[in-house]
Design a binder for this molecule. Sequence first.
Ligand code: C2E
Ligand code: CA
Ligand code: CA
Length: 425
Amino acid sequence: MAPQILIVEDELIAAENIARNLRKQGYEVVAIVDSGEAAILTAAKTNPDLVLMDIMLHGEIDGVVATEKIATHLQIPVIYMTAYADDATLERAKETNPYGYLTKPFKPQDLRTTIEIALQRHKTDKALEARYAARLCIAQEQLRELQSKEGETHGLSQLRSLDLSPDWELLATDLLSALERQEFQLHYQPQFNLKTGKVCGAESLLRWKHRERGFISPAIFIPLAEQTGSIQAIGEWVFQTAYQQIKSLYQMGYDRIPIAVNLSAYQFNQQDIYQQSIDCARRVGVPPQSIEIELTESKLVKDVEGAIWKLKSLKDLGIKIAIDDFGTGYSSLSYIQNLPFDILKIDQCFVRGIDRNIKNQAIVKATISMAHQLNLNVIAEGVETEAELDFLIQNNCNQCQGYLFSRPLTQVEFEKFLSDRMNDR
Ligand code: C2E
Ligand code: CA
Ligand code: CA
């Protein structure tokens, strides 16, 4: 279905122009309104996917006030359109956390790019919310788990005994058969060396294509898989598929493109990752060290000694280990000092708008210099704009990935992406 867009603009000719442009680009215009009041009412009534909002509007309330209401009460993403606005108004606008700005007059291409980025970001935000909802379920579950043995997984019947909503229960049931139905895919997001500009690796990202619900975010189904016990088989499938992808790259002539695999803390703590990687690599016929492992820092280790031992054994195999989402969990200097990581990934929340956010600039600069002192390579993720990239280059970040370069790609797209850049080898 085409994304539905509400236009709020009090200059009729300009509004009609934008509407024509949007329709030409395949969007649906749900309405054009010319005041803040009408914007709130129409947004509530039509529930569009996105609002294009002129900041300066005639009438009682301007675009910023209308946006406050639309964003907080209706959770609809808003992009501002501005021609002229004073500093105080712009400051207020910034505080509403808009999903983008368009300076009038703008080109159709800019309109499209800004909208697509906003829609994608909104999707990610929604997935995050769902992740928190899932966490809530798990927290509930963990309370009960206190009575059972640590590390035990739960079958569906135990899950049913929890107060999961019927929707979650259905999803949990479907998840158990998703592997058999071949509903999983591994997508790949290229990573770039910032010195040479060349592709230096790729992160694998798991996708579940549910037959009715379409793509479901891993942020939602991984925690569920952990609770139903299917994570073991899914994790193994991910390893196997990543190694197969590496083999396919070898056959294309690329032998220096490691594929990073994500592991949850649960997987790291409960599973024999060492044996799993050896077995999968052997089955496929590639060296185990051709993958990298990404571990999310938060709650990674309950047992530091055990974790060091596990990480060291992987390191002995030659597998590089990245600490993912750095800065969002409970990291401390001693934590990364004591654990044998090779790569530090700066979380995208620090990268977003870094060219304009002084606080994040300080955090990222300090993180990069600390990481370098500890001999860690630094990857920034979620790079979406040239300005963000410039800041990272200027501050000696080693690698990066993000929509600016490429979204996660299917296997076919990824291989085409590489062969289109043959000289990247
Ligand atoms: P993550 O490891 O932090 O992965 C980065 C997420 O950011 C991915 O979302 C990716 O699609 C998205 N992303 C990449 N570039 C950009 C950008 O420029 N802008 C924005 N707004 N987003 C960007 P995704 O694919 O939904 O994955 C969500 C999380 O699910 C991952 O976060 C990872 O923790 C987990 N995950 C993914 N695949 C696996 C897997 O195979 N196993 C496990 N255990 N977890 C996985
Ligand atoms: Ca990751
Ligand atoms: Ca990450």
